[in-house]
Design a protein around this ligand. Structure first.
Ligand SMILES: Nc1ncnc2c1ncn2[C@@H]1O[C@H](COP(=O)(O)OP(=O)(O)OP(=O)(O)O)[C@@H](O)[C@H]1O
Ligand SMILES: [Mg+2]
Length: 480
């Protein structure tokens, strides 16, 4: 037999075996495969007592990134940066810090109530060429959680809940906060980077602490609000003269809680419908601000009109209703529209929200607007006290005490000056800072404020006098 013959025979034998194998697969593929799979699974279960759960990055539709996946990713990022050897780095949006997450095919261990479990990251590359919207990346990333089957209940319930919640909380803490403003019926946003904090806010320390405690308590009270059956929201009314720190305090609130800010310009809102639309679009963990509520809309006027209407003789109720409807359509945002939003709509949207109104004149506002339940907390920001001054002196000049403080203390008790004016005087004008010059300039400002106040009261007195004279003359004219 020659070499060629031998290869020829071998070839035909191989072809024969392959033919038989193909036939075999053709006719018994199903039974055989499932049988082998079943047996091997049984074997694996016997020697491998662990459970694995896979969390895919994209579930169902490829368009939607799984919320669970991204929460796990965030949760693991703090853990993995300590453990994993290969990490992926990404710049967090505010470009101030790097976010590290574990690279593909890495594993980190975690512990929960003394139980050890493992998270592994992986990716599978699908070979099938489908006509998806995202044909470029056909990698499917996933996280795989492995734990002992003994702990099935604890892990599937409490642990996974904890991971998802923690992940979301970290994400909120790290996110770039935004300042939204409305033009017409749309919100547009910019990055919110106001440096104000409660620490730099000049006001009475006790009052400050009370406000901080109130805010923190609110932000942690999800379960409480759910239990008492109230929407998770709180209203603040900040009132006081211009330049006393109302806007500054709102920025400090946002910084303290890490909330987004929605600065609602009521005069740009066409009507109640538009107002409703805007408010529904606000996200949770946000502060909705309406500045200068007394000037923003003719709310008091609306109320008066309504009262007058009530006094009119009683009409057919249907007609009246129709009339009211056209009234609200032609008018801008009404008081009742605003009240409805505060009371009703919020209950429908989940998540915590603060609403803050500011005004220079609290007594001008309609009592319905500022009653408790709508505006839960009324905070007065007033002229600069000595305590407030000390905060500013410390911030601006690094001064804890100075021989001029006693004199300034006395002056501040007698003269009304806003923190804004004090801050302006304390602004360093030379380099290096000369505290004495700044304090001198503050005392000058106080003197000026005193003279101005005196002029104002004199002016008012003379105005009153002349008005009295005019009335007297009129009365005399009429009696003659
Ligand atoms: N209590 C304060 N603590 C620290 N800085 C303050 C305080 N009040 C005012 N300022 C300073 O004065 C400036 C003006 O303050 P702010 O805009 O907060 O006043 P406002 O009460 O909102 O006034 P308006 O009623 O006119 O809106 C701020 O830039 C801030 O630096
Ligand atoms: Mg302001």
């Amino acid at each position: 037999m020659t070499m060629n013959d031998m290869f020829g025979q071998l070839g035909s034998i191989i072809a024969g075996v392959m033919f038989i194998w193909a036939m075999f697969q053709q006719f018994f593929p199903h039974q055989l495969r499932s049988h082998i799979e079943k047996q091997s699974q049984r074997f694996v279960n016997l020697v491998y007592p662990y459970i694995q759960i896979t969390f895919n990055e994209f579930t169902g539709e490829r368009l939607m990134r799984s919320e669970a996946y991204s929460a796990i990713e965030t949760y693991l990022s703090s853990n993995s940066s300590m453990q994993a050897k290969r990490l992926k780095a990404d710049i967090v949006k505010n470009s101030q810090s790097l976010a590290l997450s574990m690279d593909d095919h890495e594993e980190v261990a975690d512990e929960f109530e003394g139980i050890k479990l493992w998270w592994a990251s992986g990716k599978s590359i699908s070979k099938a060429q489908s006509f998806s919207l995202y044909p470029i990346t056909d990698e499917k990333r996933y996280y795989k959680l492995t734990f002992h089957k003994r702990h099935r209940e604890l892990i599937i319930g409490p642990y996974l809940n904890y991971v998802l919640k923690e992940g979301k909380a970290i994400k909120v803490k790290n996110r770039q906060r935004k300042l939204y403003t409305n033009n017409g019926s749309h919100w547009s946003h910019v990055v919110f980077e106001h440096p104000a904090t409660f620490q730099t806010l000049a006001m009475d320390p006790e009052k400050k602490k009370e406000i901080i405690d109130d805010l923190i308590t609110f932000s942690k009270a999800e379960n409480f609000y759910a239990r008492i059956g109230r929407a998770w929201k709180r209203g603040y009314l900040l009132y006081g003269p211009p330049g006393t720190g109302k806007s500054t305090m709102i920025a400090a609130m946002a910084n303290l809680l890490g909330y987004d800010l929605y600065d609602l310009e009521l005069t740009a809102v066409k009507d109640n419908t538009e107002l409703r639309k805007l408010l529904i679009e606000t996200s949770s963990k946000s502060i909705i601000v309406i500045e200068d509520i007394d000037c923003s809309a003719d709310l008091t006027g609306q109320r008066k009109k309504k009262k007058e209407k009530d006094e009119e003789e009683e009409k057919d109720p249907v007609q009246q209703l129709a009339k009211e409807e056209t009234d609200t359509k032609t008018s801008k945002v009404t008081l009742s529209g605003l009240l409805n939003f505060i009371d009703g709509l919020w209950s429908a949207c989940g998540g915590e929200r603060l609403i803050v109104f500011t005004t220079n004149y609290a007594d001008k506002l309609d009592p319905a607007l500022i009653r408790r339940g709508r505006m839960d907390k009324h905070i007065e920001l007033s002229y600069c006290s000595f305590e407030a001054f000390k905060v500013l002196a410390k911030n601006y000049l690094h001064l804890e005490s100075h021989h001029l403080f006693a004199k300034i203390h006395g002056l501040l008790e007698e003269i009304n000056i806003t923190p804004a004016d004090v801050a302006e005087s304390l602004m360093p004008k030379t380099d290096p800072v000369d505290a004495e010059t700044c304090l001198d300039s503050l005392m000058k400002a106080l003197e000026i404020a005193e003279v101005e106040a005196k002029l104002k009261t004199d002016e008012e007195a003379s105005k009153k006098e002349s008005l009295g004279k005019q009335v007297k003359e009129k009365v005399e004219e009429n009696t003659n």
